[in-house]
Write a protein that binds this ligand. Structure first.
Ligand code: PLP
Length: 378
């Protein structure tokens, strides 16, 4: 792979079609092997210009509410599923009109909207909380943590209020392998086994890192087959990350280099505005030209930061074989997911352009300007 992004304006997200297709083929094989359905979780990746391509490989989209549902319906040829922590009266009619599945987060939401939902003829589900934490360290990504508002525990579950409910939904994983899914299914069966036998479908949520090199796909397929065989359920999974994992980049330029106890480089991209997960998760993204060898200490170390006035707008510390110069381009990897969808214009920062690379080359498909900043304010 050649990281030749010399001609894009910076900052710029670049999504590479070939890398996206590599992921999509892996997902398609899971569908073909098991008969399950796979949905794109749009909250992770909403690059709708790529939806026609993605829809050739997977079954549909899932949405966190009305707007994502509309986007999925408009650009993706496939099923539209919706789950929201809570729906609003003003949105529910349109959501029911455009979606195929609607998942409720509580029995009080179900009771509030079930008349309309049943009348709409759409498939209705309840999100359950199997109370099985399989992740350490990231409490903000663990819907099974104590006092979680996500989903219904067995204790809260109303077994007598299931008329009109055809499926269960759980989402408990984040960047995890299929051994954790297996453990979660054990907990789901233990707590909700009697309910499963009354259902038509189950949705395993997202967080399955299926397109990561070390992911055990066979075990995932066994999990899917197990639910299909034992309970006769149609299985849905709705990964976000796995669809566009490592398929996108963020290209930036060095604007200045200063020294305060260490070398500091200021880029035209910002952690706070363009890759907020760097601060939220937190993590340090990989740069294609940085040096990661064991002997890195002997090379040039820089702390990279954004041009905003937030002192903590720091992307991380990196080593480079050659000293950085003003005007150098730095390319961050794995920026298609949870970056493009999370950008903001804090500090009046310009939003990164969006580019798409296919066999014919790189096309800039969107550029942003002053109006995008202004139109969110008044
Ligand atoms: C976030 C989310 C997903 C997608 O998760 P990934 O980690 O991107 O795979 C799917 N379903 C629900 C309900 C989610 O909240």
């Amino acid at each position: 792979m050649i990281y030749n992004y010399d001609n894009v304006p910076t900052p710029c997200f670049v999504v590479e079609e070939e890398l996206l297709i590599d992921n999509l083929k892996i997902l398609k094989k899971v569908i073909d092997d098991t008969g399950c359905k796979i949905l794109l979780a749009q909250k992770c990746f909403s690059m709708f210009s790529a939806y026609p391509l993605i829809s050739k490989y997977i079954s549909g989209t899932t949405a966190s509410g009305l707007y994502e549902a509309k986007l999925g319906r408009e650009y993706f040829d496939g099923e539209v599923h919706v789950y929201s922590g809570a729906y609003k009266d003003e949105d529910i009619d349109e959501i029911l009109k455009i979606s195929d599945h609607i998942v409720f987060n509580s029995f009080s939401q179900w009771d509030r909207y079930k008349e309309k939902a049943i009348k709409s003829g759409k498939k209705c589900g309840i999100r359950i909380n199997p109370e099985c934490s399989t992740q350490e360290g990231h409490a903000i990504y663990d819907p099974c943590s104590p006092f979680s508002r996500m989903g219904v525990t067995r204790e809260m579950f109303k077994i007598d209020d299931l008329e009109g409910i055809s499926g269960l939904h759980f989402h408990t994983l984040c960047e995890q392998n299929s051994d954790d899914l297996e453990k979660t299914l054990d907990a789901v069966e233990e707590k909700f086994g009697d309910v499963l036998s009354r259902m038509e479908w189950i949705n395993f949520g997202g967080g399955h890192h299926i397109t990561r090199k070390d992911y055990d796909i066979l075990k995932l397929e066994n999990c899917i087959n197990r639910m299909q065989k034992k309970y006769g359920l149609k299985v849905y999974i709705e990964p976000g990350e796995a669809v566009a994992l490592n398929a996108g980049f963020l290209v930036s330029e060095v604007l200045d280099i200063v020294h305060n106890g260490m070398d500091l480089a200021i880029l035209d991209t910002s952690a706070a505005c363009h890759m907020p997960d760097v601060l939220e998760m937190p993590y340090t993204p990989v740069i294609t030209s940085a040096y990661y060898g064991d002997d890195k200490e002997k090379y040039n170390k820089y702390r990279l930061g954004g041009p905003t006035c937030l002192a903590g707008d720091v992307i991380g510390d990196y080593y480079f074989k050659e000293p950085l110069k003003i005007g150098d381009r730095l390319v961050f990897t794995d920026m298609a997911i949870y970056s493009m969808v999370k950008t903001n214009t804090f500090n009046g920062m310009k939003l990164p352009s969006i580019a798409y690379k296919d066999q014919s080359g790189i096309k800039i498909i969107k550029e942003f300007g002053y109006d995008d900043f202004k139109n969110r304010l008044s």
